[in-house]
Design a protein around this ligand. Structure first.
Ligand SMILES: C[S@@+](CC[C@H](N)C(=O)[O-])C[C@H]1O[C@@H](n2cnc3c(N)ncnc32)[C@H](O)[C@@H]1O
Length: 707
């Protein structure tokens, strides 16, 4: 399709406008636009020859509407309406002047409303209450942070409920209202935005969305997953194999296309449904793309996005370079979702299950373990998710390591062993690497960086030390401590000692040092995370604390095992030493192990091919192709319930396990897989499964690293 000169100019003007948007505003309003190429792909998948009306209720500067108009023109679909809402006045004006140039054989009517989409008055300004196609990319904005008293959140929820009541037939409002009233208060703006967009689709019309790939792993998105099953027939999910589709976003993207069900079909609760059709899951690699289209290399013929959509609709019958497909089993999706939501009030109201629920459920019955889609296609026959629990349900706590608030002051390196109770240490480059003596009991070993993990593998102590000065005060602070003698006695705490000279000199230097170099007008004690170390002895029971005294260490700082939060290669978990050292916040940490589970068994389990592939699939890929593994990802890791015998075997293997012990690795994989695969699975099918898991993990890791 050749664009007219005026449309080309309007598109350039829109892009220029986008580039100049103030970063603060973009963040506040979630103004990260989809781009024409992504829009074209989505529009072709979503358009139907019968469709005439299209709405983007959070339209930005019009990428998706412009793309839909172009896709419709390529297919000869005469659109009647191209409507939009956009909260930001100037962005809405840019959208309006851009869409004014979408003329051709047909010129659709347009209403571009500059207003808040959650205000029922904005919806009233639209010429229709429902549309054949609602296409959007919801804003991902944590609006609570803008309005801590919750007024914004309450206003959005109330607006959404009013819009639902106005736009939907009475029979359906119960379902939608329950969801609108029931979504978590922690949800970001995308959840109500998604509900609003979905509510504006007419029965048999389509909803088409651009969303981050993490949407299904967020607890607060359960209402969305439910809605997609209850009121829609999910048709396809298209996934980019590497981040990069979506302008400015460092996350991977999903395109979702779903057809709205009739009132009659929606009325049936999911627990009563016997048939769930399969949806299609497609993964598109960068090699599928050409300059003009995200699938331009795979569909080299004319109008590649159109050909791609036709290929998808006809069942993807010939393989195409860079595109893989697999069925997405909606029955499994419902089974996995239902396990997560049985205690939600909206589930009980909408599925009529309140009376069936036992008062207490065993962890196995309520397990929220879900195998990520990226791995489902390699699961062997007979696999059942019921054999798995999440790491959290297995009793393992997951968190983050130690944050000192100012590592350059609190972290030093030991220069040798203790002698006469003193250790020579070297400070960071911010203190000119100065060396001084500190009392051995004011120093705690710490693992600071990934490069130090290797030393832990063979049980050696890293050379990092944290200045733990809870038992030491500057001589000039001793008077305050002395005055609080009674409080120390009442709390059973030892009175801190006066620091020896060299240490005191270093701490005084720290008190005056600007944390970010000579131009910084702040001082280390003023840093927000250091200031909070101070505790004033307000009454006779409170002992004083000074800025140089870190808070007491928590179990998550002295964990049983840990894994880097930022991973370049496949994630590798290390066990802590028998006498645990502190682990820095660069790591996600595992602690509080259930009785019987040892740190070495946990290391072996988490380094099994099963867990490493899961980590690769559950983590978030971001800038430079690194994989971010946070506690929220790891808590949901589906793991088998291990017998005492399996734990004992894993303990033995984990003790000797290093990254290069291949024979041990296969023994560990066998123990872990045995714990959840059916006894009937043959040796050959297990071996195939291990190979497929390893292959999938390596593919995912390579793909993100190539980004
Ligand atoms: C992620 S952008 C997507 C824009 C466009 N749909 C696209 O795909 O390029 C989300 C847009 O929603 C707008 N927005 C945020 N809150 C809104 C609200 N309450 N009502 C209407 N628009 C809103 C933002 O200004 C932003 O332009």
């Amino acid at each position: 399709m050749r664009e007219s000169k005026s449309l080309r100019d309007a598109r350039v003007a829109a892009r220029t406008y986008e580039v100049a948007l103030p970063p603060q505003q973009r963040k506040r309003l979630g103004q990260y636009f989809s781009g024409l190429k992504l829009g074209k792909l989505l529009a072709h998948l979503a358009l139907d020859s019968q469709f005439r009306s299209v709405l983007d209720p959070m339209a930005g500067h019009g990428d998706l509407l412009d793309a839909t108009w172009e896709a419709a023109s390529e297919r000869g679909i005469p659109l009647d309406r191209l409507d939009a809402i956009e909260i930001d006045e100037t962005t809405a004006a840019t959208c309006r002047s851009r869409l004014a140039h979408t003329s051709g054989r047909t010129q659709p009517g347009q209403a571009i409303i500059a207003a808040d989409a959650f205000d029922p008055a904005s919806i009233e300004k639209l010429p229709r209450r429902s549309y054949d196609l609602v296409i959007t990319n919801p804003p991902y904005v944590r609006y609570q942070s803008r309005n801590t008293d919750g007024i914004a959140a309450a206003r959005i929820r109330a607006g959404l409920v009013a819009i639902i009541s106005a736009c939907l037939p009475d029979e359906e409002t119960t379902i939608w209202r329950e969801l609108a009233e029931g979504y978590s208060g922690l949800a970001d703006l995308s959840v109500p935005a998604w509900l609003l967009a979905a509510a504006m689709v007419r029965p048999a019309g389509r909803l088409a969305l651009v969303v981050p790939a993490t949407w299904r792993t967020r607890d607060y998105a359960d209402v969305i997953r439910y809605l997609l099953l209850r009121s829609f027939s999910l048709e396809c999910i298209v996934e980019d194999k590497q981040p990069g589709w979506f302008s400015d976003a460092l996350v991977r993207t999903h395109l979702i296309v779903a057809r709205r069900l009739s009132e009659k079909d929606t009325a049936q609760p999911l627990t009563a449904r016997t048939h769930f059709p399969n949806a299609l899951w497609l993964q598109v690699a960068p090699e599928a793309a050409a300059a003009h289209s995200l699938v331009g290399a795979s569909f080299a013929e004319h109008a590649p996005d159109r050909q791609f959509a036709a290929w998808v609709r006809s069942g993807c019958n010939q393989s195409r370079c860079g595109i893989t497909t697999h069925p997405f089993d909606l029955h499994d999706e419902w089974a996995a979702l239902e396990r997560r939501i049985t205690r939600r009030s909206w589930y009980q109201a909408l599925e009529g299950r309140r009376d069936d629920l036992p008062l207490f459920q065993t962890p196995r019955q309520t397990s929220r373990a879900v195998v990520p889609d990226m791995l489902r296609s390699v699961l062997p026959d007979g696999f059942s998710p019921d054999a798995l629990v999440t790491l959290e349900e297995a009793g393992v706590s997951v968190g983050q390591g130690l944050r000192t608030g100012c590592n350059k002051f609190f972290y030093v390196s030991a220069r040798g062993p203790a002698s006469l109770g003193m250790v020579r240490v070297r400070a960071s480059s911010s203190f000119g690497h100065r060396e001084f003596f500190a009392p051995a009991d004011a120093l705690r070993p710490v693992l600071r960086r990934q490069s130090e993990m290797k030393s832990m593998e063979n049980g050696s102590l890293p050379d990092g030390r944290v200045l733990d000065l809870r038992g030491w005060v500057l001589p000039e602070d001793f008077r305050i401590v002395d005055e609080a003698r009674e409080a120390y006695g009442l709390n059973g705490e030892m009175l801190p000692q006066s620091m020896p000279d060299e240490l005191a000199t270093y701490v005084r230097l720290g008190a005056t040092a600007p944390p970010a170099g000579p131009d910084d007008d702040k001082r280390i004690p003023d840093l927000s995370a250091v200031r909070t170390n101070v505790r004033l002895p307000r009454n006779a029971q409170i002992t004083p604390r000074f800025w140089y005294m870190l808070p007491d260490f928590a179990p998550r700082h002295l964990p049983a095992a840990f894994v880097p939060r930022i991973n370049h290669g496949l994630p590798w978990t290390e066990a802590n030493l028998e006498s645990p050292v502190l682990i820095d916040a660069n790591f996600s940490t595992f602690w509080g192990l259930p009785k019987g589970l040892t740190r070495c068994a946990l290391k072996a389990l988490l380094n099994s091919v099963w867990c490493r592939a899961l980590m690769e699939a559950l983590g978030t890929v971001f800038g430079g192709g690194a994989l971010k593994l946070e506690a929220t990802h790891l808590r949901h890791l589906p793991v088998p319930v291990l017998s005492d015998a399996a734990i004992a075997q894993l303990t033995t293997a984990g003790r000797q396990l290093t990254k290069t012990t291949a024979e041990l690795q296969s023994r560990i994989d066998a123990i872990v897989l045995d714990a959840f695969l059916p006894g009937t699975a043959s040796l050959a099918s297990r071996a195939r499964f291990v190979r497929a898991l390893a292959g999938r993990a390596n593919d995912m890791s390579r793909a993100r690293q190539a980004a």
